[in-house]
Each structure stands twice: as structure tokens, then as C-alpha cells.
Design a protein. Structure first.
Lengths: 111, 111
């Protein structure tokens, strides 16, 4: 089954404690992206990757890092999380005519 | 500036009461317009892609249409299981493959 897998689904952490949200896709897609979703603001792009070792900033990249060492994996790294990064995060890969296939989401709370 | 606006923000319907959701957009070159369905706490699920004005797509009780400035999602004789948030997004005609999302319409269908 074609899918994007994110982990963990839920995460509560403290301010300043580094964390990584993993993302993996099994469709051999070149393009992957991270979005965050906040009430009233919709889905906003954090970072995207056109291919292995090619990444670029989206609309809200501050406080985030990504890496793309393999085609299937695109982890999101928060070096020093802050409460304003509390949000619902989605990883997605681009499927052409199908648009994006999204993961199930990671609900992050930073206290 | 690229922008996607959805209306209404929320819509309550009785089962069987047909209605339409609106998505108006401003984008510098449209590659495609996408409709997604999102259930609470889950990732957006692909519904339709529209590419050019005049195009229509149908799936069960849903029908999507596109003009040069807006798209409509028509829901005919909705059922309670159609309750969800419906998201509209546009893909620009450039190499970024960035989806720009509207804030969504929350649909509640009461039995």
C-alpha cells in the first residue's frame, strides 16, 4: 500500500529538548514536504525536498531543520523546541496528478 | 501574492440537504487545483484534481468544478459520514511543487 509514515503520532516535550519527527514514504517519490497545521491558519509549508541532498525553506522554516540522505526518509528536527511550535505536523510526498499523499500527522505539544 | 480563500468557514446541513463550498484563488500561474477531505486528527485525503477552467470531476455525492478564479465543491444529498473539513489547495506553475492551502470548510451533516 502506498503510504507516508510518520512517527510518533503524539509527543509532549519540554522547551529546549531536541526532538526528531521521522517520515518515510514507500512510493519512490522525489519530492517531499513538511507542513504544520494551526487553527485559523491552515496548512503552512515548513521545508521541502526536491531530491536526495536537496532541501529548501518553505513559508515557516524558523526553528526547524530537515535532512534528506535517502530518498524514502525526510526527518523534521527541532533543535530547541519552543511553545509556539506546538502544532499538528504533516509529512507529505508529491504524487503528480494525485497531489500530495499525507502522513497521519504528529501532534506536538511543547511545554 | 498567492492566496486561497474558502467559504463558508463552517456549514451545517441536514441529511439530504444539498449545498456548495467555495474556493476562490489568486495564483501566478495555476498548475492544478486540489480538493482534500480531512477528518479530525488525520491527514488530508485526496479527492479531486482540476487543471483548467470548465473542468468537472465527480465522486459519489461530490462534484468539483473550476473557473478561472474559483472552484466549487457541490455536495448532493449529503450523509452524516460526509462530515469533515474540506480543504482546497492550488499548485503553482513553477518547479517548487508547493501546495498553497485555504483554511478549509468544516462541514457537519446532521441525521
Amino acid at each position: 500500500e502506498a503510504q507516508v509514515t510518520q512517527n510518533p503520532r503524539y509527543l509532549i516535550t519540554v522547551t529546549g529538548k531536541k526532538l526528531t519527527v521521522t517520515c518515510s514514504q514507500n512510493m519512490n517519490h522525489e519530492y517531499m514536504s513538511w507542513y504544520r497545521q494551526d487553527p485559523g491558519l491552515g496548512l503552512r509549508q515548513i521545508y521541502y525536498s526536491m531530491n536526495v541532498e536537496v532541501t529548501d525553506k518553505g513559508d515557516v522554516p524558523e526553528g526547524y531543520k530537515v535532512s534528506r540522505k535517502e530518498k524514502r526518509n525526510f526527518p523534521l528536527i527541532l533543535e530547541s523546541p519552543s511553545p509556539n511550535q506546538t502544532s499538528l505536523y504533516f509529512c507529505a510526498s508529491y504524487r503528480g496528478d494525485w497531489g500530495y499523499t499525507f502522513g497521519s500527522g504528529t501532534r506536538l505539544t511543547v511545554v | 501574492e498567492d492566496q486561497v480563500t474558502q467559504s463558508p468557514e463552517a456549514l451545517r446541513l441536514q441529511e439530504g440537504e444539498s449545498s456548495s463550498l467555495n474556493c476562490s484563488y489568486t495564483v501566478s500561474g495555476l498548475r492544478g487545483l486540489f480538493w482534500y477531505r480531512q477528518d479530525p486528527g488525520k491527514g488530508p485525503e485526496f479527492l479531486f484534481t482540476l487543471y483548467s477552467a470548465g473542468e468537472e470531476k465527480e465522486k459519489e455525492r461530490l462534484k468539483a468544478t473550476l473557473t478561472k478564479k474559483e472552484s466549487f465543491l457541490h455536495i448532493t444529498a449529503p450523509k452524516p459520514e460526509d462530515s469533515a473539513t474540506y480543504l482546497c489547495a492550488v499548485l503553482r506553475m513553477d518547479s517548487s511543487y508547493k501546495l498553497i492551502f485555504g483554511s478549509g470548510t468544516r462541514l457537519l451533516v446532521r441525521p
